[in-house]
Design a binder for this molecule. Structure first.
Ligand code: DGL
Length: 354
């Protein structure tokens, strides 16, 4: 009797040891869940755009993809459970600090952040600027909830873990895996609001991930992560930066209201090449004279950049141009940069380099 019990205990111990040893030789990936459609649920499989975001907990997301354990030893943390349009600077700081702390741990090889797609591009760029690690950070979302036919979340998440677990993803900055592509967190933005191929980089994807394997075709050109002068561990607040849209018949009211509420910079989402209408220029010059930074971006995106001193005499007005960054990414960079400098020439250098 005793010998049978002992042999069963030894067998169980052997199986456990083998499982731990097997897991131990796998890359260790932590999934930080924040909500969004990838955690969404709807009542009707035919409704891929009508559902509630931020419902499914991270452990259920992980359990829903059994093959994850083929590529990594995975564990999850539920950092938030929100739709990403409701992200605030406080959410960015908390998430960034958690990512940084995890990547300092020797037993963490990569981090995946599951996120709503609405502001995914902003969070990905923020992490790209401030997390000082060359380990993979992969931000991922989905355009359809898991309850919908042809849901994209499972494969997007599997791909994200595969990329986060891979050595060749190190040193490439924050990455975004959607729709089989690997995009740079700096370049990518949500270009379509209801299709699974929603995420595009104006300069093209970095590569693809197919059946858990990465295929690289280009590398990031701008500073990021370990090569960044910004460090999340030294940032405890983000200065207020707001965005005002340019259009025909525009008035200066929004810019003035933002400044009155304490904005340290206003991003101008200009028509064309960041153009500013005649009725708005005097107000922006007045705000600049009062110490508010004026940064010209453009509502036109998809493969160009705002040329300094072209549509406006930026040197004369002491304004900054956002280079190729869309308004929402320009806001992220301006806020991070203003934690270090109020000098507009330094800001312009930063917009050239990041
Ligand atoms: N409410 C949107 C968000 O959380 C849903 C879009 C999505 O996650 O795909 O970003």
């Amino acid at each position: 009797m005793m010998s049978r019990l002992l042999s069963r205990c030894l067998l169980a111990a052997g199986i456990l040891f083998a499982a731990l040893a097997h897991a131990a030789d796998k890359p260790q990936v932590v999934i930080l869940a924040t909500g969004g459609t990838i955690a969404g649920a709807g009542a009707d499989a035919a409704k891929s755009a009508t559902y509630q975001a931020a419902k499914v907990p991270v452990d259920k997301l992980i359990a829903g993809i059994p093959t994850l354990s083929d590529v990594a030893a995975v564990r999850g943390e539920q950092v938030f459970q929100i739709a990403s349009e409701s992200f605030t600077n406080a959410h960015l700081l908390q998430l960034g600090k958690r990512v940084s702390a995890l990547l300092k741990q020797a037993d963490v090889d990569g981090v995946v952040v599951t996120h709503g797609t609405d502001t995914l591009e902003e969070t990905a760029y923020f992490l790209n600027l401030v997390v000082k690690s060359d380990k993979p950070i992969v931000v991922v979302g989905s355009m359809r909830p898991g309850t919908a036919m042809s849901a994209d979340g499972m494969l997007n998440l599997f791909n994200a873990v595969a990329v986060a677990a891979s050595k060749d993803a190190r040193g490439k900055g924050v990455l975004v895996t959607m729709n089989d592509e690997i995009n740079s967190g700096r370049d990518v933005s949500k270009a379509v609001n209801i299709r699974t191929d929603a995420f595009k980089s104006p300069w093209g994807a970095l590569g693809m991930v197919v059946e858990g394997k990465n295929y690289w075709f280009r590398l990031p050109a701008k500073r990021h992560t370990v090569n960044s002068e910004f460090d999340i561990d030294r940032i405890d607040s983000l200065p207020a930066v707001e965005i005002a849209y340019g259009y025909g018949n525009a008035a200066p009211t929004a810019y003035q209201a933002f400044a009155a509420q304490g904005a340290k910079a206003v991003i101008h989402a200009g028509t064309g090449n960041g153009s500013v209408s005649n009725q708005v220029v005097p107000a922006l010059r007045d705000l600049r004279a009062k110490g508010v930074q004026i940064i010209r971006s453009a509502r036109v995106t998809g493969g160009g950049f705002v040329l300094r001193n072209a549509e406006q005499p930026d040197d004369q007005y002491d304004w900054v141009v956002a280079h190729d960054l869309n308004p929402q990414k320009a806001r992220i960079l301006a806020s991070v940069a203003l934690t270090k400098t109020q000098d507009s020439r330094e800001l312009q250098r930063i917009f050239w380099e990041y």
